[in-house]
Design a protein around this ligand. Structure first.
Ligand code: NAD
Length: 480
């Protein structure tokens, strides 16, 4: 069986312990490759190689760094089919999604930051005729980048690209649930001519590899995307060591649909924002609030259209939903359907595992699920499910829906549907969220700040925010 390798000091190598863990294909339930079960020793080796590479890479001109990273982006584009197939096999997501979103976006991340660094400038503050201050923005050193399984290469590259472009070196850990495209990326880094040790990828379990990166004394920066509980564990370790920390965590995003919305657009996009990637996007809207005047009409049309979605083999062109990422995740998601029923909810459609035939008979498939009749403050409506399960609730007033929308401990994203521009501004301003989409969803401009409030995270990625995070500002004051 194929063994995935770590990428340390420019070489693809086995873990020091020479032990491995199983890598599952969620669409078939079968083990198809082996992941290094790396430990602290592998992380230490990676940190040493990143440390050794830092002085040269940080002094390499930004133009040269940019050329290498753009080459990496081009290589990803050239390998689109291979990467997309690998991503779908590893994660269970429909191939058309990997081909049109995940892999193109990974290439775009490298391109965006490789070119962005050429335009990045720091500030100057003149004090009339007394003095001039200017701010140097210096790369910090070895950055630890830890990413989740839902958008594997997309989120992995979203961290690595700005860290490298601005002159840091990196020790990165992809999710052990979806390691494969990060492994393929290692090959392309070598082909692109990325100098040895600039990027190091260590595979393995979160509590071993992730924890070893987090607590390593020579890794002063940690950029993490994943669950809120893991984020709090990382913060507990990193805070007393005064590390720079960026945390992109979970969500429980509201979709607010007012009576005066463009009904067809709201309906079409809500299907997408509920079930894209099997609902496993941190930005998916999982609590759908519909104003009472159109509640019944919306509910009926929503259920009818969702029942037409096809759950199937991710490699079939006509599959709308593929497999969820793992057996344990499938069980967790389905346990929330049981909880919802216990809490008084009615399953309008879905709510069950889908059993496919042939090679897919042991895959992890869930029918897209809509639940009604729950109170806004029950557990089903407060906890992150992160699967193809949404709830739908009526509301009467703006005030009421804002209270319900803001009632969770999370604050990542929200979507608002209305034709009234004043209402849109008012509601957007009052929502507890880092990102608000009005009359759209997941429309992304990479220059915008990305991140959440409350338990959805600390800090912002995106645009020059990422360069600010991955550099240390130094003010120089010169008396005139
Ligand atoms: P997770 O927290 O279980 O794992 C994320 C990463 O952290 C993995 O690489 C994992 O191995 C590692 N890890 C686990 N324990 C660790 C530890 N003790 N120390 C250091 N690293 C550790 O999350 P997941 O299940 O992979 O991803 C799903 C979660 O990610 C959801 O909550 C989702 O909302 C969130 N997410 C957030 C965003 C965002 O931008 N806010 C984006 C995508 C996913």
């Amino acid at each position: 069986m194929e063994k995935i390798k770590n990428y340390i000091n420019g070489e693809m190598i086995n873990p020091i312990s020479n032990t491995y863990i199983d890598n599952y294909n969620p669409s078939t339930g079968e083990v198809y490759s082996l992941i290094p079960d790396s430990n602290e020793e592998d992380v230490d080796l990676a940190v040493k190689s990143a440390q050794a590479a830092f002085p040269t890479w940080s002094k390499t001109s930004k133009e040269k760094r940019s050329i290498i990273l753009q080459k990496l982006a081009t290589l990803i584009e050239d390998n689109l089919d291979r990467f997309a197939e690998a991503e779908s096999k590893d994660n269970g997501k429909p191939l058309k999604l990997s081909k049109t979103v995940d892999i193109p976006r990974a290439a775009a991340n490298f391109n965006f930051y490789a070119t962005g660094v050429l335009h990045y400038a720091s500030e100057a503050h003149a004090m009339e005729d007394m003095a001039i201050n200017y701010t140097l923005r210096e790369p910090i050193g070895v950055c630890g980048c830890i990413s989740p399984w839902n958008l594997p290469l997309y989120l992995f590259s979203w961290k690595i690209a700005p860290a490298l472009a601005i002159g840091n070196t990196v020790v990165a850990k992809p999710s052990e649930v979806t390691p494969y495209t990060a492994y393929l990326l290692s090959e392309l880094c070598i082909e692109a001519g990325l100098p040895k040790g600039v990027l190091n990828i260590v595979h393995g379990l979160g509590h071993k590899v992730g924890a070893a990166i987090t607590k390593h004394p020579d890794v002063p920066v940690i950029s993490f995307t994943g669950g809120t509980i893991t984020g709090s564990e990382i913060a507990r370790t990193a805070a007393p060591m005064f590390k720079k920390l960026s945390l992109e965590l979970g969500g429980k995003n509201p979709n607010i649909i007012f009576d005066d919305c463009d009904f067809d657009k709201a309906l079409k996009t809500t299907i997408h924002s509920s079930f894209a990637n099997q609902g496993q996007i941190c930005l998916c809207g999982s609590r759908i609030f519909v104003q009472r005047g159109i509640y019944e009409k919306f509910k009926t049309a929503f259920v009818e259209k969702v029942e037409r979605l096809k759950v199937g083999n991710p490699f079939d062109e006509d599959s709308n939903l593929g497999a969820v990422v793992s057996q344990s995740h499938m069980e967790k998601v389905l346990s929330y359907v049981t909880l919802a029923e216990e809490e008084g909810g009615t399953v309008l459609t879905g709510g069950n595992q889908v059993h496919l035939d042939g090679d897919q008979k042991n895959g992890y498939y869930i029918a897209p699920t809509i639940i009604e009749g729950l109170s806004f403050d029950c557990r089903t409506n407060q906890e992150e499910i992160f699967g193809p399960v949404v709830t739908i609730m009526p509301f009467d007033t703006e005030e009421e829906v804002l209270m319900m929308a803001n009632s969770t401990k999370y604050g990542l994203a929200a979507t608002v549907w209305t034709q009234d521009v004043t209402k849109a501004h008012n509601v957007a301003a009052k929502l507890h969220a880092g990102i608000v989409w009005v009359n759209c969803w997941l429309l992304r401009d990479l220059r915008t700040p990305f991140g959440g409030v409350k338990n959805s995270g600390v800090g912002r990625e995106g645009g020059f925010n990422a360069f600010e995070f991955f550099t240390e500002p130094k003010n120089v004051c010169i008396k005139l």
